[in-house]
Design a protein around this ligand. Structure first.
Ligand SMILES: [Mg+2]
Length: 185
């Protein structure tokens, strides 16, 4: 697989994780989820999960097992978030390393291509998921408007660089007639 392909998400959601619906999971035959934490679930400056996120987790966990895998080294922060959602977690993942993603997938006892890695970053979440052979979903970061301005340069840089590398970040249309194989390279 080329470097560009490794940065190419299987699905570009064009929304925060709250836009990841049961219908989308069914359509892509996703049987398990590994979720990034910072800015995928909770803005970096916040430590509480939103009510919307709690409701989303309650809906989705009825369909698939969910693990949190974070690069954050703060056990206090990640444990608090995971416990408030009653989800298993791994921290200090050093994504794009595959090691802790593999650990989470193995705990689910699912084939790796049936598990989606969901995150807001191409060069950590998407790259790690693709390296392991997972289905990868790029979501919009969950940001505070107050800190969005400070964080956007990182995302803007990643988007700029990835497009130079030939990654398509066109938001995937959720037409449930399309064979999901057509999106995989
Ligand atoms: Mg993140």
């Amino acid at each position: 697989m080329s470097k560009t392909k490794l940065l190419q998400p299987d699905l570009v959601l064009g929304d925060t994780i709250l836009g990841l619906t049961p219908e989308i999971l069914t359509h892509y035959h996703i049987k398990g989820l590994v979720l990034d934490v910072d800015e995928t679930l909770v803005p970096i400056k916040q430590s509480q999960v939103s009510q919307e996120l709690e409701q989303w987790i309650e809906t989705i966990r009825q369909m698939t097992p969910i693990w949190l895998v974070s690069n954050n080294l703060s056990e206090g922060r990640i444990k608090r978030i995971a416990n408030s959602l009653t989800l298993p977690y791994l921290l200090g993942a050093v994504k794009p390393s595959r090691r802790k993603l593999r650990q989470a997938v193995q705990a689910m006892e699912l084939p790796v291509n049936g598990v989606a890695m969901v995150g807001d970053r191409l060069f950590t979440d998407v790259l790690a998921g693709n390296r392991l052979g997972m289905f990868t979903i790029l979501v919009k970061p969950m940001t505070d408007t107050a800190v969005a301005a400070r964080h956007s340069p990182i995302h803007n840089f990643e988007i700029w660089l990835s497009q130079i590398l030939g990654v398509s970040l066109i938001v995937s249309q959720h037409e449930f007639t399309k064979d999901d194989q057509s999106l995989r390279g």
